[in-house]
Ligand binder design. Sequence first.
Ligand SMILES: Cc1ncc(COP(=O)(O)O)c(C=O)c1O
Length: 437
Amino acid sequence: MDTPIYDFLRDYASSGTVRCHMPGHKGRGADLGTALDITEICGADSLFEADGIIRRSERGMSALYGTADTFYSAGGSTLCIQAMLAAMKQEGRRVIAVRNVHRAFLNAAALLGLDVGWVMPDYTDGILSVTVRLADIEQMLAQTTNACVYLTSPDYTGRMADIKGIAAICRRYGAPLLVDNAHGAHLRFMPDDLHPITLGADMCCDSAHKTLPALTGAAMLHTSSERYAGVLRQCMSLFASTSPSYLIMASLDLCRRYITEQIQADIDLNIGEIGQLRGRFSGSIGFAEGDPFHITLKAAESGFDGNELAELLRRGGAECEYADRGLVVLLMSPMSTHEDYARLSAALGGALKTAGRHEPQPDGIALPLPERAMSIREAVFAPSEEIPVEDAEGRICAAVKVPCPPAVPIAASGEIIDRRCIEVFRRYGIATVNVVK
Ligand SMILES: Cc1ncc(COP(=O)(O)O)c(C=O)c1O
């Protein structure tokens, strides 16, 4: 019988492709199979009432990250984002968010009926990567009572925000700082500890599965505050499956051991390899600055087409995390090896030699905040229709239509789609949008 998913996975696993994409285990490490896949039997504890083996593991993880508390998620950072925002909803807070949020945030805002105040950043690498002015956050906080601040750092290209500076502003206004650190679970263990909790965030989510050796879906919700430690698990349980995967939780448990015994040496090795790779190619192509494990090639700015480079890399045996016209993101992890970098280096050398060239094009975009016609929740639950992007001017965006990855909004639900949005939709090859009927 045809088993298309399983067959695809088996073929990919045996292809020997260099995995420059999630998950962070890179196909290596403990083989967690069906024998270990159980349910909440006696002695196995229960994630949402944890006081046994799960709790022991979470407390161990909390000690490694230096948090007040840490909770496991088998539903990725998506579930952690839902929980963080639900905790803010309980306190009746208005969410001030830097615009380059992941779709998980918008979906949570719709489910929770949140009113979001947007801080518009400067877009540096298409819609994926931004810089935010601290003064803009402060200005929003000064105008908003009972607020919290939400930001995404690192972003999809690895660029990091000034969390320390933003945390100081948030403290002055009594606003909790929530960080989507889905891409930065490893940051705590870098030579300089750049983890959001260390830098002053009140809460953050880490997708362990993105940059650590953990199964897809494995994430952690951290808090530095005893106040939130008491409510976050219950907030998580609002949205989660009642059958969280023990394999995913076990992979987080094994991650603790990896962090304790091995991560430092692996990070040192990887930083050296990444430095050499960048050194070898920096005369041919630009690299974005930020977290070293995100090797982001600035294709358009260097006179290449990112999609073509990704295809050539694939033919050379290296699969990237993300590509568009402007960028290629190669997501490595501490589990990446010398052999991976040697093969990636050969593939990239070949790709840069054979790829077509064009005039270098700046990848920045201007995307002012579209006008809002209704709330995110109203728009998401309104009757909607899918129409060609070309016909969407003046219509209200219903569901957020963006490719995943990167899943960053061009127009958010409830906003009126204007010409500039349409240009950016086209730039990302988005042909249709969902609009309110
Ligand atoms: C910035 C960002 N936040 C949140 C998420 C959601 O994380 P998860 O896939 O762990 O649910 C992603 C997923 O790619 C992401 O890129």
